[in-house]
Design a protein around this ligand. Structure first.
Ligand code: 5GP
Length: 182
């Protein structure tokens, strides 16, 4: 069923998202100046973020994608992370920035960090549009090197984030309130 857009209340406006993409892009450009950096976008939620962020990066940049899943289309994380699509290129010896839409429980990042470090990159940093620190479980602790916005523990959609595959195309981030019967 197609979810109702009227149940989405704006949390971060499209303008604020764009301003933050420019700020993060400038910060990453300064940190990686003269170095070769690879952005790994985590599909599918990172697509708009990676796309807008990368246009503000002036360091030499390559991109690759990986898809993993922990939500099976609903509003709860299943906990078990599954690799759906692997990288197209080796990251051995590379300076990698993982580009994520949101960090919630931390399960996905824990999995990704272990998976990536085993491939021998030169460095791995994390860039997340949104951080929900109250969502962390099992004592997961991370340094998220670049955070767009820290948000409360609510289910959000838009700017890449979905509900049942919908709402990724919204240019803003909003809180979705399910109907009483859900
Ligand atoms: P984690 O493994 O940290 O719990 O969650 C990571 C993934 O769960 C994100 O990449 C995203 O796909 C999904 N996720 C976590 N919180 C939310 C949320 O509030 N809204 C949506 N749409 N997806 C979320």
């Amino acid at each position: 069923m197609i979810p109702d857009i009227k149940r989405v209340e704006t949390l971060i406006s499209a303008e604020d998202v764009q301003v933050r993409c420019a700020e993060l892009g400038a910060q990453i450009s300064a940190d990686y100046e003269g170095r070769d950096v690879t952005f790994v976008g985590i599909l599918k939620g990172s697509i708009p973020f990676l796309s807008d962020l990368m246009r503000h990066v002036t360091a030499p940049l390559q991109i690759d994608f990986l898809e993993c899943s922990s939500y099976s289309g609903g509003m709860q994380s299943s906990g078990a992370v599954r690799l759906v699509k692997d990288l197209s290129h080796s990251i051995e010896g590379k300076d990698v920035v993982i580009v994520e839409d949101i960090v919630d429980t931390g399960h996905t990042l824990r999995y990704l960090l272990e998976n990536f470090l085993a491939r021998g990159p030169r460095s791995v940093r994390i860039c997340a549009l949104l951080d929900k620190p109250e969502g962390r479980v099992d004592g997961e602790e991370f340094t998220i090197d670049y955070v767009g916005f820290t948000i409360p523990n609510k289910f959000v959609v838009g700017f890449g984030l979905d509900l049942g595959g919908y709402f990724r195309n919204l240019p803003y981030v909003g809180v979705y309130s399910p109907p009483e019967s859900d």
